[in-house]
Design a protein around this ligand. Structure first.
Ligand code: FAD
Length: 378
């Protein structure tokens, strides 16, 4: 440590803290950032393997309709024109995503939106007959009533069951509220106004945001704080909120993921960055071929298989489970957090929320406004 005292101790070196630290530095505030990992950028970390920028914690595509957020990130990186157009493999069939006219044409051998609507409506009516007058009792019934049998069986069922580790008939209906159908030949997965991947990777972008701020890696908050109780006036804590309070009210639950990355002796392995595997029998949900995000050239390729996994304390927390138990527990921790003087909880772990990157940045804008009095949306 260069100083014995800082204005802020910032726990976590992810994108949420990077926004805060960048703005604090502009006001001349000193920040010490610590992270338990041995690298910066949190879950959006990209590392170079065989000259290819590999997304270590899963595929990350930046997409947003929030202009202030888009303008903000463009200060730190040049975004390419990557458009996310995943494909899905079901047995030996291959379909475009999201569900659109390319998907329907392949599935039913049709050409026009009217033909697709007719088939979908017929299959929805069949589902309604099956369900009867009541509300869908589970996720399977919900999906059947929203999209019909064919798309559900081939593209929703197996993938969802792998994601949650449970059968669709045992999952609550409200996990799926909508299954958007696009009646055009448009494979762009996102509807957002802006989209891309930072050229050179996310880690470079986050490093630029941190600027000259001091960062101490492989450092656990609890031990560090015990050894340095008076290190800062205030703390911005982007770690798990329940862990901060030593799980005294209970443990907030997550779904986890396991990644298996390998280098393959092949210039172009699957022809697309993201390929989903929608049948249950294949144990992974996706294979990512990283070079396609930035159209990087290399005689070899790096691919990652993504396996959904149960979570237990100590595993990487990826997706919060926002069911009744966990939402209630989080609300109780939130009350405790409000009483904690000089500590502000932020980021996806501090707020126990799934945030896309743009929403994490937008939430950090609120933090900057409350804490530093700067309105980044003005
Ligand atoms: P994090 O990046 O998790 O940073 C928190 C940091 O705090 C971590 O580095 C952690 O090590 C550190 N930390 C925690 N506790 C402690 C402690 N006690 N002591 C020290 N350090 C600690 N968003 C998109 O917009 N597009 C996508 O395509 C996309 N894909 C995703 C794919 C997956 C598989 C997942 C899980 C998320 C995806 N996201 C995507 C969301 C994106 O990852 C998040 O928005 C972003 O990472 C949130 O950043 P953060 O700074 O809040 O948290």
């Amino acid at each position: 440590m260069k100083q014995s005292h800082y204005d802020y101790l910032v726990v976590g070196a992810g994108i949420s803290s990077a926004v805060f630290v960048h703005e604090a530095a502009k006001l001349g505030k000193s920040c010490l950032i610590i992270d338990r990992r041995d690298h910066i950028a949190g879950n959006i970390y990209t590392e170079e393997v065989e000259g290819i920028n590999v997304h270590r914690y899963g595929a990350h595509i930046f997409h947003t309709s929030l202009r202030p957020v888009w303008d903000y990130v463009n200060q730190f990186a040049e975004f390419n024109n990557y458009v996310n157009s995943p494909v899905a493999v079901y047995k030996d069939e291959l379909y475009n995503l999201p569900f659109n006219m390319n998907t329907f044409s392949k599935m039913w051998g049709i050409r026009t939106p009217a033909e697709a609507v007719e088939i979908i409506e017929r299959q929805k009516a069949e589902a309604a007959e099956l369900i009867g007058n009541g509300e869908p009792a589970n996720l399977e019934e919900q999906a059947l009533s929203l999209i019909g049998r064919d798309v559900y069986v081939k593209l929703v069922k197996g993938y969802t069951e792998k994601q949650w580790g449970r059968s669709c008939t045992e999952l609550p209906a409200d996990i799926i509220k909508r299954l958007p159908v696009r009646l055009t030949y448009d494979n762009n997965y996102f509807n957002d106004r802006w989209q891309g991947v930072p050229m050179g990777g996310y880690t470079t972008m986050v490093r630029r945001m941190f600027g000259d701020a001091e960062i101490q890696l492989s450092t656990e908050y609890r031990e560090f704080k015990e050894q340095n109780p008076d290190i800062a006036d205030r703390t911005i804590y982007c770690g798990p909120i329940d862990e901060y309070f030593d799980f005294k009210l209970g443990t907030l639950e997550y779904r986890s993921l396991r990644f298996e990355t390998e280098t393959v002796e092949c210039e172009n392995w699957q022809g697309n960055a993201v390929v989903n595997y929608t049948e249950r029998e294949v144990p992974y949900t996706r294979i990512i071929e990283h070079k396609h995000f930035e159209k990087q050239e290399s005689p070899v390729s790096v691919i990652t298989r993504e396996y959904p996994a149960d979570w237990k304390p100590g595993d990487e927390p990826y997706y919060p489970i926002n069911d009744e138990r966990n939402s209630k527990l989080y609300a109780e921790y939130e009350q405790l957090a409000k009483q904690e003087g000089n500590v502000v909880f932020a980021g996806r772990l501090g707020g126990y929320k799934y945030y896309d990157m743009d929403k994490a940045i937008d939430a950090a804008f609120d933090l900057v406004k409350d804490e530093l009095g700067i309105d980044l949306r003005a």
